[in-house]
Structures are given as structure tokens and as C-alpha cells.
Design a protein around this ligand. Structure first.
Ligand SMILES: [Zn+2]
Ligand SMILES: [Zn+2]
Length: 211
């Protein structure tokens, strides 16, 4: 299955409109497209009223297009593990750290976010950490709280070790290009390779699994 579940539109820091993202995804043969914009905590994040408008448009485009479009948000996990409360409905909620810190700070922030943040997926786990972020306890918490792992092609994360542990525990995965422009939509070669290496295709996360 050819999917890209993490692209940004011009509602946050992407350069492309919703419509052009969707048309491009269709022309590239994608079956699922996740339009994921940053939440308010992020410097380029969308405000809730814009998120609402964006979600309505996505709903409308879903009816007139073959590609299945997911309306998503990427919430910032702050360094203490805090995550903003979500004020709209989304098909997919990613949580991600976007600031530099040590591996230890990183892992402890993500743990709190998994417990308290109501997240569906952890995005690009390990990005911006100054050292190793492998932590078995995180994967166990993901299992316990039903949080999936993103395989992110842009940042080429998480590590093999982390992915292997996720697969061993039966944690679902998503695939993302993290595209911020049209030309990168569907550039998920690295992620697909890792998915094939570690997971069964049935472990692909889709919103039906949402609790
Ligand atoms: Zn991100
Ligand atoms: Zn992103």
C-alpha cells in the first residue's frame, strides 16, 4: 500500500494548498494522504478556528477524490512533556518534539506525553536529541496507551533498534514524508523500506484503530 500520512499544507509551514497536495497525491498514486499541520504551540501552527475550516475542506475534498485524506495535527511536546489539549476532531494526532535537548530529557518528555497527551502517534522519535534516545520503557508505554510509531522519511527516524522493539510488541506504524512542499509528497522510500524490514503490512495504523 502506497501511503503518505504526514505532509504539511499552507495552514502551517507547508508551501502548498490543500487542493494542490491532494491533486499531487492522486497523480502520484497514493492511496492515503495525511494532511498534518502544526498545532498552536508551534511557531507556524494553525489556530483552532483555522483547523476547523481546514477540516471542513478536507471532508469536502474526500468526497470528490479517490485518495483517502486524513485530517491530522502535529502537536508539540514541550520539554517537560506537556501537550496542548485538542479542541477539534482529527483523524490522526501526532506528537513530536521540536527543540534540542539531551536524550534523557527527550525520553522523559515523551513518556509524559504518551501518558497524558492523548496522542495517536509519536512522530520522528529522536529528532533534535543530542544523544541516544533508545528507551525500552517508552515502547512499553506506547503499547499500553495504544500509541503508534511514525517511520519518518525526512529525518530517517526512529532507529532500527527502536523500530524493532515496536514491531516485537505489535505496535502499529505510520509512514510519513514530512513534506513541506509538493515535490516531496509521497517521498517515503526510506520509510517503506524500514516498514518492510520490521513490520507486517497489517500493522499499518489507520483511524479505525482509534479508541
Ligand atoms: Zn515535526
Ligand atoms: Zn511535520
Amino acid at each position: 500500500m502506497y501511503v503518505d500520512m504526514h505532509v504539511h499544507s499552507n495552514y502551517s509551514d507547508g508551501s502548498a494548498s490543500l487542493f494542490s497536495l491532494i491533486e499531487t497525491a492522486e497523480s502520484k498514486g497514493l492511496e492515503v494522504l495525511g494532511i498534518v499541520d502544526h498545532g498552536e504551540f508551534h511557531i507556524c501552527g494553525m489556530r483552532w478556528e483555522d483547523a476547523r475550516k481546514r477540516n471542513e475542506k478536507i471532508k469536502m475534498y474526500n468526497e470528490s477524490h479517490d485518495v483517502r485524506i486524513l485530517s491530522g495535527i502535529e502537536l508539540d511536546i514541550d520539554i517537560s512533556g506537556g501537550v496542548q489539549r485538542v479542541m477539534e476532531n482529527f483523524d490522526i494526532i501526532y506528537g513530536a518534539i521540536h527543540e534540542s535537548c539531551t536524550g534523557e530529557e527527550y525520553a522523559s518528555a515523551v513518556k509524559r506525553a504518551i501518558r497524558e497527551g492523548n496522542l495517536d502517534v509519536i512522530a520522528h522519535y529522536g529528532w533534535l536529541a543530542s544523544d541516544d534516545v533508545y528507551d525500552e520503557e517508552i515502547v512499553e508505554l506506547m503499547k499500553e496507551y495504544g500509541v503508534a510509531v511514525e517511520i519518518n522519511s525526512l529525518h530517517q527516524l526512529p532507529s532500527d533498534k527502536f523500530l524493532r522493539k515496536c514491531a516485537d510488541l505489535g505496535i502499529p506504524y505510520t509512514i510519513g514524508s514530512d513534506a513541506h512542499s509538493l515535490e516531496n509528497v509521497g517521498n517515503v522510500e526510506w520509510a517503506m523500506k524500514k516498514a518492510k524490514q520490521f513490520f507486517d503490512e497489517e500493522s499499518l495504523w489507520l483511524p479505525e484503530q482509534k479508541i
